[in-house]
Design a protein around this ligand. Structure first.
Ligand SMILES: Cc1cc2nc3c(=O)[nH]c(=O)nc-3n(C[C@H](O)[C@H](O)[C@H](O)COP(=O)(O)O)c2cc1C
Length: 170
């Protein structure tokens, strides 16, 4: 599968089979995160792989009750280790870096036949408590990882013409 096929075909998965995810597939998805770029190559991130069913249920509860999260055999929680670091452009480094890594990971997962769903709606304090994450570390995102139990449903996107301008902001 080429990159553009993965980008254009992937969709968020909100129903999962109980089927376990092979270790090699999990590792390959995580490798995609590991190999992704970060500001000054700092790689100040940590990915927590959660297989424990009770913990997954707790995370789903922390994610405002999005119960499908716990259906998947794995939940990956992506953290930024140095949240005080800022980019010169004013954006927090960890948000940008961890988001890029997660994007690479979910695309790789798609190529492997696995479903993901970026989860941004969660109570960070609760998630940190569940996973014993230190105070200074920020949770940027989480995603279930597993085999989809739903047909793909692709969302419509804006046309390029609506989001593009040339030479100056219009
Ligand atoms: C920053 C961010 C936060 C999101 N949070 C959630 C979430 O909490 N729950 C959920 O079901 N989907 C969440 N999504 C998934 C989006 O709803 C989804 O990507 C969008 O509707 C486009 O659909 P697609 O992923 O199928 O292309 C989030 C996506 C992003 C990028």
């Amino acid at each position: 599968m080429d990159v553009f096929t993965a980008i254009s075909q992937r969709c968020s998965v909100r129903a999962y089979k109980a089927t376990d995810v092979e270790e090699e597939k999990l590792k390959k998805a995580l490798e995609a995160a590991r190999l992704s770029p970060s500001a000054s190559n700092r790689q100040d991130w940590k990915f927590i792989v959660v297989r424990n069913k009770e913990t997954r249920k707790k995370l789903a509860k922390a994610a405002l009750g999005q119960s499908f999260i716990a259906e998947a055999p794995i939940v990956i929680v992506a953290c930024g280790m140095e949240p005080k670091a800022m980019l010169a452009c004013g954006q927090p480094m960890h948000t940008v870096d961890v988001s890029i890594a997660c994007a690479y990971m979910i695309l790789q997962a798609y190529e492997l036949g696995l479903g993901t769903c970026w989860i941004g709606a969660f109570n960070e304090d609760e998630a940190k408590k569940i996973l014993s994450i230190p105070d200074h570390v920020r949770v940027v995102a989480m995603t279930p990882l597993g085999y989809p139990n739903q047909p793909p449903s692709r969302k419509v996107r804006k046309n390029l013409g609506e989001i593009l301008c040339y030479e100056k902001y219009e």
